[in-house]
Write a protein of this length. Structure first.
Length: 471
């Protein structure tokens, strides 16, 4: 077994997607002492993860470039980078680049290149190293963290950060019968699977949010001219993003709501006021979003779970809207009478000849609908760590280094992201960022939230390393 010992003032990051790359970048950018950073990530490139690994140019960042700079103190940084680097990467920026939504793969290149630049120009002899492997185990002591990888490498560091991103569950039972069917795409970003569907006449899309938008955009770019039927359990349908200012800070009027019912009541009242004033409702989620950490952390688990059961679907389609260019594609297909959407529950599948028969539960009863192909667009994410099959996650739970969050979303931690072990003890040197903190912060998956988390976490880690100055 090979042991890699890192010099003092060291941080090991498990996961090298967006969140892992960003915390490394912020550490390198802000350190005042020599720092050795190791990222354990099996992918060849850092900064991409699942979201930014897609190479399809019609898969766009979900928002304008002007809000997604890696440097909040310099909001124009991404826009300038796109102007300088977009053409060389196959994307010609529009005149108003700040309001454009670049391809996700290009944004991943931005993250990758900025991290590489930070590593190459690191201050005070700081270093950045990528171990291309999967973590398999972690042992924490009050002063050191030891991480073992699947290939037998062991990394020791003063601090460790879990930036594990999302995990995919097994196919739901209804879809397992189609797992090997040539015209079933279990992943809406699987280009080969989508290519096999281009000759279909009618495709069933399960799910009606951003993954569905990606699937339609990809199919249209491939020349598909057939029909789509989009179903979701609640009948919600994604909206296109418009450029609007935030609505008034109505949640500042008195104490924050303590229950999901009270929150819904106040949001509905404000929505009515916005409508009566002839304003755009899309300013409403912008007014709510800054309060989400306080709303979530101030709620009981009972109220958190009420929100996830009854209101989450409505919040997701309200807050997470599609890029204007992507939504134009959706509107065009609807105008051509090639896309219909509605409420239905998938009960099962059967294969009859070349067709797939979907049994759907609708408001009027059971419907057996025939399709030439099926795309699962639900963007499955498995948040309950007790159900995740990944060996590293199973090891963390088995060893008691972490414990599941009481809501069933992610793992338990303080509001600052310091992890809590199975005995209830707060780790002094083991933290998390992004998706593992869904139960702690809820909205911890988007660029802006993870950016704020990375800056705060980097400052907390570096405060332990930075010598105290005496005047």
């Amino acid at each position: 077994m090979r042991i890699d010992r890192i010099p003092h003032h060291s941080v090991a990051i498990v996961g090298g997607g967006f969140a892992g790359a960003l915390i490394a970048l912020k550490l390198l950018e802000r350190t005042e002492v020599p720092l050795a950073i190791t990222i354990v990530e099996r992918r060849e490139e850092l900064g991409r993860g699942v979201a930014y690994s897609t190479t399809d140019p019609v898969h766009l960042v979900n928002g304008p470039a002007e809000i997604f700079s890696l440097y909040p103190e310099d909001p124009g940084h991404l826009s300038r980078w796109l102007v300088e680097n977009g053409p060389a990467n196959g994307w010609v920026p529009p005149a108003e680049v700040g309001s454009s939504s670049p391809p996700r793969h290009l944004y991943g290149t931005y993250v990758r290149d900025e991290l590489a630049r930070a590593g190459a120009t690191a201050r005070l002899g700081s270093t950045l190293r990528h171990i291309r492997a999967s973590a398999s185990a972690l042992v924490a002591t009050p002063h050191r963290i030891r991480i073992t990888t699947a290939d037998g490498t062991t990394v020791e560091a003063d601090e460790a950060v879990l930036a594990l991103g999302v995990f995919q569950p097994r196919l739901p039972a209804a879809e397992r019968a189609l797992a090997r069917h040539a015209r079933f795409a279990a992943n809406p970003w699987d280009g080969d699977a989508l290519e096999r569907l281009t000759g279909c006449e009618e495709i069933l899309l399960i799910g009606s949010s951003l993954s569905m938008v990606d699937a339609v955009a990809s199919m249209e770019a491939r020349g598909y001219r057939g029909r789509y039927r989009v179903i979701s359990r609640r009948g919600q349908f994604v909206e296109g993003r418009r450029t609007v200012d935030a609505a008034r800070d109505f949640l500042a009027d008195g104490p924050l709501p303590a229950t999901a019912r009270e929150l819904l009541s106040r949001v509905k009242a404000e929505r009515r006021a916005i409508s009566a004033a002839g304003a755009d409702w899309q300013g409403l989620p912008l007014a709510i979003r800054p309060h989400i950490p306080s709303l979530w952390q101030g709620a009981s688990d009972r109220e958190r779970l009420r929100f996830t059961r009854h209101l989450r679907a409505f919040w997701d389609v309200t807050a997470h809207r599609s890029a204007p260019e992507s939504h134009t594609t959706i509107e065009t297909v609807i105008a051509e009478d090639r896309l219909a959407y509605g409420r239905a529950r998938l009960l099962g599948f059967a294969v009859e000849g070349d067709q797939i028969v979907a049994q759907l539960g609708t408001r009027t009863g059971i419907e057996n609908a025939r399709f030439d192909g099926v795309i699962d667009c639900r963007g499955h994410q498995l948040h309950d760590w007790r159900q995740i099959a990944d060996p590293f996650v199973k090891s963390l739970l088995a060893n008691g280094e972490v414990r599941p969050h009481s809501t069933g979303y992610g793992i338990d931690a303080t509001s600052e992201g310091d992890l809590i072990n199975e005995e209830g003890r707060v780790h002094r040197n083991l933290s998390a960022i992004g998706h593992p903190l869904r139960g702690v912060a809820w909205e911890s998956s988007s660029i802006t939230e993870q950016r704020a988390q990375a800056i705060a976490l980097a400052d907390r880690i570096l405060a332990k390393f930075t010598p105290i100055r005496i005047a």
